[in-house]
Write a protein that binds this ligand. Structure first.
Ligand code: AGP
Length: 613
C-alpha cells in the first residue's frame, strides 16, 4: 500500500532514494518524502501529490553530499494525503525519522499515552506513533530502542528508522508487510519491493516477520526482534533485471505488460512441459502422488483479478482432474467457518504474494492442516515463504496497477496444475495430455500474431465508447470469469461503471438495464455454449442494446447480430479461449482510459499490492 526505500553506502543518497521511489510509485502515490543526514544534520523534504512534486522540492539538491537516507511514497490509510501526513515522520526532537508501510492497529491508545507523557504530535497518521515510541526508548542503541518500541505495537509494519546521532546506520523491521534488503560491497539497500533494488543489485535478503535488520556500509545484520539473537540468512539472487521494470518505450507500464504476455506465458510453462510426450513437471508442488490421489477437494483462494484466474481454473481442474473445486474470495473465506482438512488442497493465487486477505486465508488453511500450494509472481514474497509449495509465474515485475501479464501467467500455471493433477489422478490419457499441452504451447504465437489487430480494434472502439458511463460484459462457462475480468479492467483504470455477468443470468435482472447508452460486450467463441450466447446477444439487440462481440475469426453469423466485433483465432482446444479473449478486453479498457485522460498506471484510490485488510 505504500513504498519505502533506504540506502547507506558511498554513493550520493538522494538520487538513489528518488529512483527507488519512482520504481515503487505504483504502490501508492498520494504524497511522498525523503530524509537524509549530512554533516550531522537530519534533512526532511516531503510533498503532497505525486513524486514529481517532491522532485521539484529537491531541485538543486540531488548532488547533496549525503550517503544515508530513507524515502517513502504513500497510499493514505490514516490521515488525508497532505505534506504533514507524508512520511518520513519525526519525533519531538527532529533527530530521528521513521518511514512505514502497514497499519498500527493500536495507534490511538499509544498516541494518547505518549501525549500524556509529553510527546507532541504533528500529523494524523498512525505511523508518527512509531517515531515517538522509538524516541521514548532511545538512549545510545537505535536497534534496541526500535525493538523496545515495537514490543508495544500491534498491527502490520515494514518500517525503517534513521537517527542523526548514528549517521551510518539504518534500522528496519517487519511484521506482515513486505521488506526486501539489497546487498552490495560497501552498500546496503532496503525497499518494499524488488524493482526498487534492481538497478543496483540482484543479491537480496528477505526479512521475515519478527525480525530486525541493521544496515550500514559494512553490510546487513539480521536479528530476531524478540530475542535479539543474530539470524543467519543467505542472500538469494533474482533473475529479473532493471530493464524489466521500465517502460521500454511504451506509453504506460500497463501497455508494455499487455504486449509482454506471449513471453510471460512462455516463460511460465517453459521447463515444465515436454511437448513430445505431453508430460508436465511440477516438482515445486511438493505433494506426493499418493497425497494427490487422496485429495477430496481443491480450494482456490484469491482477490480481484487473481480470483478471476481461479474461476477459470475451476473449469479446468474439475474437468481434467475430476475433483471438486471451490473458488473463494479471500476476504470472505477468512471470516467463515472453514471445512478444511489434510485432504483439501488450498491454492492461494497472488501476483504480489503480499495481499493481506489471501495471506490470512493461507494461514488459516495451514492451521487446519490443509496442504498449501500457491501460485505467485514474486520470489520470496510472504505467501510463497509460508506455502508448502509454490508454482511461480514468470511474468517478470508487473508495475501497472491493473494486472494483465500476471493474470495470463496465472492462467498458465493453473492450466499446468490442472493437467498435472489430472495425470497423477489417472484421469487424463497420454494423448489427451499431449493435445492439451500442445494447445498451451501455441498460445504465445496466437497472441503475438493478433495483438496488434486487437489493439487497433480496441482503439477504434474506444473512440466510440469512451464517454459512456456504463458497460455490461457477458460470458458463459470459461468466458464468464473473463467477462468479470474485462469489467474489472475497465472500471479500475477508466473509472467507468462496468459489470461482468454470467450471460445466462441476464434475464434474471441486468436485462432491465439494456438501452442504447450501455454497450454490452459479449464473449462468443464457437464453443459448446455458443448458441446460448447468441440468444443472449439477440435479447440485447431486441431491446435496442449495442453489442460489441468478441468471437472467432470467420464467424460471419456473429457479425450479423453485433454492431462491432473483435475476432480471435480458433485455438487447438476451447479451454485455451480465456488466454485469448481477455487480451482484447485489456486493450479496450486501456484505450478507453487513455481516451478519458486517466492515469492508467496509477489509477486513483488504488495500489498495486493490498497489504492491509
Ligand atoms: C487487478 O487488476 C487489481 N489490481 C487487483 O484486483 C489485484 O488483482 C488484487 O488486488 C490481487 O492482488 P494479488 O494478485 O497481488 O494478490
Amino acid at each position: 500500500m505504500c513504498g519505502i526505500v533506504g540506502y547507506v553506502g558511498h554513493r550520493r543518497v538522494i538520487p538513489i532514494l528518488m529512483e527507488g521511489l519512482k520504481r515503487l510509485e505504483y504502490r501508492g502515490y498520494d504524497s511522498a518524502g525523503i530524509a537524509w543526514i549530512r554533516d550531522g544534520k537530519l534533512v526532511l523534504k516531503r510533498s503532497q501529490g505525486k513524486l514529481g512534486e517532491l522532485n521539484r522540492l529537491l531541485n538543486g539538491l540531488m548532488d547533496t553530499r549525503s550517503h544515508i537516507g530513507l524515502g517513502h511514497t504513500r497510499w493514505a490509510t490514516h490521515g488525508e494525503p497532505s505534506e504533514t501526513n507524508a512520511h518520513p515522520h519525526t519525533d519531538c526532537t527532529g533527530d530521528l525519522v521513521v518511514v512505514h508501510n502497514g497499519i498500527i492497529e493500536n495507534y490511538y491508545s499509544l498516541r494518547e499515552k505518549l501525549k500524556a507523557e509529553g510527546h507532541r504530535f504533528k500529523s494524523e497518521t498512525d505511523t508518527e506513533v512509531l517515531a515517538h515510541l522509538v524516541e521514548k526508548y532511545l538512549r545510545t542503541d537505535l536497534a534496541q530502542a526500535v525493538r523496545e518500541a515495537l514490543e508495544e505495537v500491534e498491527g502490520a509494519y515494514a518500517m525503517a528508522v534513521l537517527w542523526k546521532k548514528n549517521g551510518d546506520q539504518i534500522v528496519a523491521a517487519r511484521k506482515q508487510s513486505p521488506l526486501v534488503l539489497g546487498l552490495l560491497e560497501g552498500e546496503s539497500f532496503l525497499a518494499s519491493d524488488i524493482p526498487a533494488l534492481l538497478p543496483y543489485t540482484k543479491d537480496l535478503l528477505f526479512l521475515e516477520d519478527g525480525e530486525i535488520a541493521i544496515l550500514s556500509g559494512q553490510g546487513i545484520e539480521i536479528r530476531n526482534l524478540e530475542t535479539f539473537e543474530p539470524v543467519a540468512r543467505a542472500p538469494r539472487s533474482i533473475s529479473w533485471d532493471a530493464s524489466m521494470a521500465e517502460k521500454a518505450g511504451h506509453k504506460h507500464f500497463m501497455l508494455k505488460e499487455i504486449y509482454e504476455q506471449p513471453q510471460a506465458i512462455l516463460n511460465t510453462f517453459r521447463g515444465r512441459v515436454v511437448p513430445e510426450t505431453g508430460e508436465i513437471d511440477l516438482p515445486e508442488i511438493r505433494l506426493s502422488e499418493d497425497r494427490i490421489r487422496n485429495l477430496t477437494r481443491v480450494v482456490l483462494l484469491a482477490c480481484g483479478t487473481s480470483w478471476h484466474a481461479g474461476l477459470v481454473a475451476k473449469y479446468w481442474i474439475e474437468k481434467w482432474a475430476g475433483i471438486p473445486v471451490e473458488v473463494d474470495l479471500a476476504s470472505e473465506f477468512r471470516y467463515r467457518h472453514l471445512l478444511l482438512d489434510p485432504t483439501v488442497l488450498t491454492v492461494p493465487v497472488s501476483q504480489s504474494g503480499e495481499t493481506a486477505d489471501t495471506l490470512a486465508g493461507l494461514r488459516m488453511a495451514k492451521e487446519l492442516e490443509s496442504p498449501v500450494v500457491s501460485i505467485c509472481n514474486v520470489l520470496g514474497s510472504t505467501i510463497t515463504r509460508e506455502s508448502d509449495g509454490t508454482i511461480y509465474t514468470h511474468a517478470g515485475p508487473e508495475i501497472g496497477v491493473a494486472s494483465t501479464k500476471a493474470f495470463t501467467s496465472q492462467l498458465t500455471a493453473l492450466y499446468l496444475l490442472a493437467l498435472y493433477l489430472g495425470r497423477v489422478r489417472g484421469r487424463l490419457q497420454k494423448q489427451e495430455m499431449k493435445d492439451l499441452v500442445s494447445a498451451l504451447i501455441q498460445v504465445p504465437a496466437l497472441i503475438q500474431d493478433d495483438i496488434a489487430g486487437w489493439h487497433e480494434a480496441a482503439a477504434s472502439l474506444a473512440d466510440i465508447f469512451y464517454r459512456n458511463t456504463d458497460f455490461l460484459y457477458l460470458g458463459r462457462d470459461l468466458q464468464f470469469p473473463i467477462a468479470l475480468e474485462g469489467a474489472l479492467k475497465l472500471k479500475e483504470i477508466s473509472y467507468i461503471h462496468a459489470e461482468g455477468y454470467a450471460a445466462g443470468e441476464m434475464k434474471h435482472g441486468p436485462i432491465a438495464l439494456i438501452d442504447r447508452d450501455m454497450p454490452v460486450v459479449a464473449l462468443a467463441p464457437r464453443d459448446h455454449v455458443y448458441q446460448k450466447i447468441l440468444s443472449n446477444i439477440e435479447e440485447v439487440r431486441s431491446r435496442r442494446g449495442i453489442v460489441v462481440g468478441v468471437g472467432e475469426k470467420g464467424d460471419k453469423g456473429l457479425a450479423k447480430i453485433t454492431r462491432h466485433v473483435i475476432y480471435c483465432p480458433r485455438p487447438q482446444a476451447p479451454e485455451i479461449n480465456p488466454f485469448l479473449y481477455v487480451i482484447p478486453l485489456q486493450l479496450l479498457a486501456y484505450e478507453i482510459a487513455v481516451a478519458r485522460g486517466c492515469d492508467v498506471d496509477q489509477p486513483r484510490n488504488l495500489a498495486k499490492s493490498v497489504t492491509v485488510e
